[in-house]
Design a protein around this ligand. Structure first.
Ligand SMILES: Cc1cc2nc3c(=O)[nH]c(=O)nc-3n(C[C@H](O)[C@H](O)[C@H](O)COP(=O)(O)O)c2cc1C
Length: 433
């Protein structure tokens, strides 16, 4: 059963629709990738569609392999990038990514509260413990997951103490009496923990409105527990509905264990969308975008997802459900289920299987089809309580990005699943409205 009245929808600012072959299109404008105007165009379009927020994932490392063929992980600093959208927009939330493994809570508390003030209450924080990048911060290896999450929990608590240390009420700005602030209300943060010693107070007052919503990304036990404690939203990686239902149930239980309402944490999986006027057009866009993924790579993907190695198979040999090794555990839950369903229903030849979009599926939930297809699938997941919304990561081209905002979102709104207009101008308001 659906947990909320309306979907919560975010748009990735990482231009996923220009990844792979997308940037090579003549209209991609890729030369402007590292300019403020580029992301400003995205934010304006997302605000015109009344989305809850724009969102910038981030990494603190540069793997070289993907960079040879596309922009990979090279990007502007996400918080500065979102700050550049402040004047171009007035309603939409601005969710930045800051790693708790490689940065310090004092700087983060200040940066986020600065973005919150500058945007009039629209900042959000995606808390990540990060997958890589230790070599850039004096570490010999990535700390193990429990250690990263212990630091993350303390980090978030320290940031929240800093935000409370200079409360909004302390700001008087009373011309008549000449009192600027009531320093009696300003307290030390006095955070003295295992990882951080921070006396405080923060050198910036709290914004006098709703606070800064927190997003979390990370699906291990530690990640889910942290989300249960502190998150308003989780950026999820749920490729199929069964995985989303299970993830939602885990998040509800984690919230409850932390003394919060079961629906406190919204599950928002990434949703890769390739949309066309027809299914054929959508599929053609997808395949054109993945054109450089060769046979070897496709075989490797089938193996990763299902454990089946097709290296020595003839092109015409049919692949049957019984051929899939029973014991295989894929890197992402749901990856195997998607291919298994396809193989069980169609018994495709090796040639046909390797040509299928499902083999090239992204690390996210993926819909390749028409606006009606996407509306129907999203409505089904939402109505059955699998998700609270999604973070759109459109694929293929600017035209597809525009179709998501200009056609799909209005269709969801017309179906009563999404807002027709903003009723407030802070991110916390959008999430609760
Ligand atoms: C959907 C999703 C998105 C993520 N996005 C980021 C990101 O933008 N930047 C980052 O450094 N790590 C990102 N991570 C990594 C997580 O912060 C975390 O370090 C990683 O998933 C390992 O934790 P886990 O075992 O709890 O999943 C992401 C993880 C997931 C599942």
């Amino acid at each position: 059963m659906r947990r909320r009245d309306k979907l919560c929808i975010g748009m990735s600012v990482a231009p996923t629709w220009l990844a792979a072959e997308g940037w090579r299109r003549s209209d991609s404008g890729i030369e402007g990738l590292y300019s403020a105007g580029f992301a400003g165009r995205i934010a304006e379009a997302a605000e015109a569609a009344h989305l809850d927020f724009v969102f910038r994932p981030d990494a603190s490392a540069l793997p070289l392999a993907p960079l040879e063929q596309s922009f990979g992980f090279a990007s502007l600093d996400p918080t500065l990038l979102l700050a550049s959208m402040v004047e171009r927009t007035s309603k939409i939330g601005l969710v930045t990514t800051i790693s708790t493994s490689f940065t310090h809570p004092y700087n983060t508390a200040r940066q986020l509260m600065s973005l919150h003030w500058m945007s009039g209450g629209r900042a959000g924080w995606n808390v990540v413990t990060a997958l890589a990048g230790h070599e850039n911060f004096g570490l010999t290896e990535m700390p193990p997951s429990p250690e990263r999450y212990a630091r993350a929990a303390e980090y978030v608590a320290a940031v929240q103490s800093l935000w409370k240390s200079f409360p909004a009420d302390a700001l008087l700005i009373d011309r008549e009496s000449g009192r600027f602030a009531d320093t009696g209300l300003i307290r030390p943060a006095a955070h003295h923990g295992l990882h951080f010693d921070i006396e405080g107070p923060l050198n910036l007052p709290a914004f006098p409105g709703p606070g800064i919503p927190i997003m979390q990304a990370g699906a291990s036990e530690g990640g889910v527990a942290l989300a249960g404690q502190i998150a308003d939203m989780v950026f999820g990686q749920t490729l199929d509905k069964a995985t989303a239902l299970a993830a939602s149930a885990r998040l509800a239980a984690a919230a409850e264990r932390s003394g919060r309402p079961r629906n406190a944490v919204r599950l928002l999986p990434g949703l890769s969308l390739y949309l066309g006027e027809t299914r054929e057009e959508a599929r053609a866009l997808f395949l054109a975008t993945q054109a450089r993924v060769g046979r070897e790579d496709r075989i490797a993907r089938v193996k990763r997802a299902t454990g089946l190695d097709l290296t020595d198979w003839e092109d015409d040999t049919p692949v049957r459900a019984e051929d899939l090794p029973a014991e295989h555990v894929p890197p992402l839950p749901g990856q195997r289920a998607i291919l298994q369903a396809l193989i069980a229903s169609e018994t495709p030849s090796v040639r046909d299987l390797l040509a299928r979009p499902e083999v090239l599926a992204s690390v996210h939930w993926q819909i390749i089809g028409t606006i009606s297809d996407a509306t129907e699938i999203i409505a089904d997941w939402f109505e059955s309580g699998a998700i609270d919304g999604f973070v759109a990561v459109p694929g293929g081209s600017w035209a597809c990005f525009e179709r998501v905002l200009g056609e799909l979102v209005p269709r969801l709104a017309a179906a009563g699943l999404f807002r027709e207009a903003y009723s407030g101008d802070t991110l916390a308001h959008h999430l609760d409205a």
